[in-house]
Ligand binder design. Structure first.
Ligand code: ZN
Length: 307
């Protein structure tokens, strides 16, 4: 690993992260990401170039606008640092290669989607569908996975070394990952809608999963969905539990209810809150997709060895 290139990648990531912040703010609002230049969300005054340096400006101004002192969310610095770290990690894992580019594109889009979903509960098509197309195209140049060894383990030795055949199988794996990911989430969405009567999963999640599938292939798509569901459920349970505890305490203090009545009433209102609250499932799918992309193959190998 060349330290100069590694630093360069980190800095490039900071710059791309800065652009990603613009996308996260503007895309759900239907604004252009190109024009006009950055402006303060409070006073609308343009941000001067020396106040627009990734991370540093935010730290120097202590998260406030220079002109109106309005608070600037730490998300700006967090996204920049994460994108910087991501680009560094891509270079560290893959060196200067097409695989590195694929990794950077995938992570860049996912970071944008994770933060947009967390803030607005939206997953812009501009990111998901662009990603889906990119994932399919990349599969022709960077092998997606070793689907063959899974489908036919040790049974046949197909000539995967030949240039054309690996591309065909890689493309197939990419399309299969996208199709299985999208249809599974679509199915879950339909079941959820019938069962609960509310939309628990938007069509954005379906497109997000198609995009992840196209980048990681079938096996890691399944792993991503499993891990995403576990992470999402844990978060959901933890949220309900926290709301329950908080409301029980409040009921006892404010309404002077007995312990059991307070617990029962607080539980009922926590369940109502859960029903109204739409979970940003894209956050969990997106982050697990990223984890699967980096560590999924090693995890599966480790897992099969334990069996
Ligand atoms: Zn301002």
């Amino acid at each position: 690993m060349d330290p100069v290139i590694a630093t360069g990648m980190f800095v490039l990531g900071l710059v791309f992260g800065s652009f990603l912040n613009v996308c996260i703010y503007r895309m759900p609002r239907g604004l252009s990401v190109v024009r006009p230049g950055s402006a303060c969300p409070h006073c609308g005054k343009p941000v001067r170039f020396y106040d627009n340096i990734p991370v540093l400006s935010w730290a120097v101004l202590r998260g406030r606008c220079r002109q109106c002192s309005g608070k600037i969310t730490p998300r700006y610095a967090v996204v920049e640092l994460l994108t910087g770290g991501l680009f560094f990690l891509c270079y560290w894992q893959f060196g200067l290669s097409l695989a590195m580019l694929k990794c950077a594109v995938f992570g860049f889009l996912l970071l944008g989607l994770i933060f947009t979903d967390a803030e607005t509960h939206l997953l812009p098509d501009k990111l998901t569908l662009t990603g889906l197309a990119a994932g399919v195209i990349f599969s022709l140049f960077v092998p997606v996975g070793d689907l063959l060894s899974v489908v036919l383990p040790g049974v046949v030795q197909l000539p995967v070394s030949s240039d054309l055949s690996w591309r065909v199988f890689s493309l197939f794996d990419s399309l299969l990952g996208a199709a299985v990911g999208a249809s599974f989430l679509y199915g879950v969405g339909v079941v959820y809608l019938r069962w609960r009567g509310v939309e628990g999963m938007g069509f954005g999640d379906v497109k997000l999963m198609a995009m992840i599938g196209s980048f990681v292939g079938l096996r890691l798509t399944i792993l991503t969905m499993l891990a995403g569901s576990v992470a999402g459920s844990c978060f959901g349970l933890w949220t309900v539990f926290a709301v329950w505890i908080k409301r029980t305490q409040r009921r006892r203090q404010v309404f002077h209810e007995s312990g059991s009545a307070a617990r029962r009433n607080a539980w009922a209102s926590a369940m109502v809150a859960l029903r109204r609250h739409q979970m940003p499932f894209g956050v969990f799918l997106g982050s697990m997709g990223l984890v699967a992309f980096f560590f999924g193959q090693q995890f599966l190998q480790w897992y099969w060895r334990q069996m």
